[in-house]
Write a protein that binds this ligand. Structure first.
Ligand SMILES: Cc1cc2nc3c(=O)[nH]c(=O)nc-3n(C[C@H](O)[C@H](O)[C@H](O)COP(=O)(O)OP(=O)(O)OC[C@H]3O[C@@H](n4cnc5c(N)ncnc54)[C@H](O)[C@@H]3O)c2cc1C
Length: 466
């Protein structure tokens, strides 16, 4: 069958690879010139080198992503720095390390007990909330925000400030006052609470995000090497924004539907010459809503579009510094203490890839407050912050710097958000993306699982057609 996938982010690519392996002829349409969507490598003119659009971390629990990469012949060991769970601040005052030689969950408990920078009551409170979560099968009070849940669980305010708030903002890109406690608990379940120690590891890409696996899909697609049985094919069309989806022609559709009621409609995209048996829409919610609104209304379609329009988004900013001399950090990622009054917005510092250890990235999640600020002043204040907090070495002179802001980095993960499943009210049309009902906030693994699941469901339904 012929399948159109719209969007070449991690969800779209995952859907495309899965559909090809089910034996379909897939055409993937991507608006931008490169694949990867919100997790891609870009050439930055101010830096004169390629960098990712934002630092990404994966978890050992991201099984769908790791399996997909493995199936594409990519070595996981060569692709990531694998770190046991740890939090270490740049000033060295807070150090928490899971103890890798102890079995889960003791490795976390022992890590918390041995943490530097937390008082005994704070360690006790952290252990208590973890124990409580585990006992309650990782369920939090219904519709609670992270802040409400932390208050209810009597977490001391210094512990909230030092640990829970930075972790929540980093994983959900949503401030604790708004973030959904249940989604945060799901992230904790798969990291701190993982029963397999490997699952709790943090994976930091060693290569650019596009190179991790999206370009491998392109390479295999060109060689027709994605489907071992040789039936499925993938055509990738970049630089092509799709504006409308329509059924072949109303008259044709009615006639063919009358002749074969189970045949289903055929779809056309803008004026593209081909028609398709099914479409998987893998764009972000505003774009998906616009595309789906171009289809004829059907029962349930208005409510579906309304749910998509209810999503709000939150930016992430990344300040990249190209240093004049190499500098090694004591860990691939370090926690920075934020002080927004002083313009010290940096939350995490990452050692960049390549460039002889001269690249550093300072990440600011929940970055709405930065949007109206003077970027030069902002960058200078964050460099000052780094100079103050980095204790292990003096920051070398900075040759170049660039601030990349992703305005719609992720959706705001608030309680009660209605996240759709892959199936839509339009027969023959599926959706995929990190915003579908994945049980995760907006993360790569959610995108990959969603793409895979949409393609499997689509295949199951296409198999039933005559
Ligand atoms: C700065 C930043 C940091 C992040 N950090 C992390 C992290 O550490 N860990 C983590 O797991 N996740 C992180 N995320 C989230 C992660 O990047 C996303 O969850 C994931 O990339 C979403 O993939 P997707 O395929 O669902 O959507 P997208 O990547 O948005 O893909 C949608 C694609 O559709 C294309 N498109 C849109 N409209 C059309 C159209 N009409 N026609 C054709 N193409 C169209 C777009 O160009 C895009 O390529 C981060 C995101 C950002 C921005």
């Amino acid at each position: 069958m012929k399948v159109a996938v719209i969007g070449g982010g991690w969800a779209g690519l995952s859907a495309a690879v899965t559909a090809v392996r089910q034996g379909h002829k897939v055409s993937l349409f991507e608006a931008s010139a490169t694949l990867g969507g919100r997790a891609r490598t870009v050439r930055h003119p101010a830096l004169g080198t390629t960098v990712d659009n934002g630092q990404h971390i994966l978890l050992g629990a991201y099984t769908a992503t790791l399996e997909l990469m493995h199936s594409l012949g990519i070595s996981i060991a060569d692709s990531f720095h694998k770190l046991p769970l740890s939090v270490r601040s740049a000033d060295g005052k807070l150090v928490i390390h899971a103890l890798p030689y102890l079995p889960p969950p003791l490795h976390i408990a022992a890590g918390l007990l041995g943490a530097r920078g937390l008082s005994w009551p704070e360690k006790n409170a952290a252990l208590r909330i973890m124990h409580h979560l585990r006992q309650n099968d990782w369920q939090t009070p219904r519709a609670a925000t992270v802040q409400e849940w932390l208050t209810l669980a009597l977490q001391p305010s210094r512990l909230q400030h030092l640990l829970w708030k930075p972790l929540c903002v980093a994983t959900m890109n949503t401030p604790v006052e708004q973030a959904c406690a249940q989604l945060f608990a799901n992230v904790l379940r798969d990291s701190l609470g993982a029963s397999r120690r490997e699952a709790g590891n943090m994976l930091i890409p060693r290569r650019g995000l596009s190179e991790l696996w999206p370009t491998r899909v392109l390479e295999l697609a060109r060689k027709d090497g994605l489907d071992p049985e040789g039936k499925g094919t993938l055509e990738i069309i970049t630089g092509n924004t799709v504006h409308t989806i329509h059924t072949k022609s109303d008259a044709d559709a009615t006639r063919s539907h009358a002749a074969h009621p189970a045949a289903g409609p055929r779809f056309m995209l803008d004026d593209h010459p081909q028609s398709f048996d099914a479409v998987v829409v893998c764009c972000n919610t505003p774009s998906a809503a616009r595309l789906l609104a171009s289809l004829p209304a059907c029962p349930g379609s208005r409510g579906f579009l309304k749910d998509l329009q209810a999503f709000e988004h939150s930016p992430i900013a990344t300040l990249t510094l190209l240093l004049e001399q190499a500098m090694s950090l004591p860990a691939p990622m370090l926690l920075l203490h934020e002080d927004r009054q002083r313009g010290h917005y940096g939350q995490w510092l990452f050692q960049g890839q390549g460039a002889e250890r001269r690249l550093m990235h300072i990440v600011v999640s929940d970055a709405q407050a930065l949007m109206s600020m003077d970027r030069e002043k902002l960058a200078s204040a964050m460099v000052e912050q780094l100079g103050e907090q980095l204790r292990h070495a003096r920051l070398p002179p900075i040759g170049r710097r660039a601030l990349i802001v992703e305005k719609r980095a992720t959706f705001l993960a608030v309680p009660g958000l209605k996240r759709p499943a892959n199936r839509t009210p339009w027969p023959g049309v599926w959706v995929a993306g990190d915003w579908t009902d994945t049980g995760y906030p907006a993360v790569l693994e959610g995108a990959v699982r969603s793409g895979r699941d949409a393609a499997l469901q689509m295949d199951a339904q296409l198999q039933q057609r005559p």
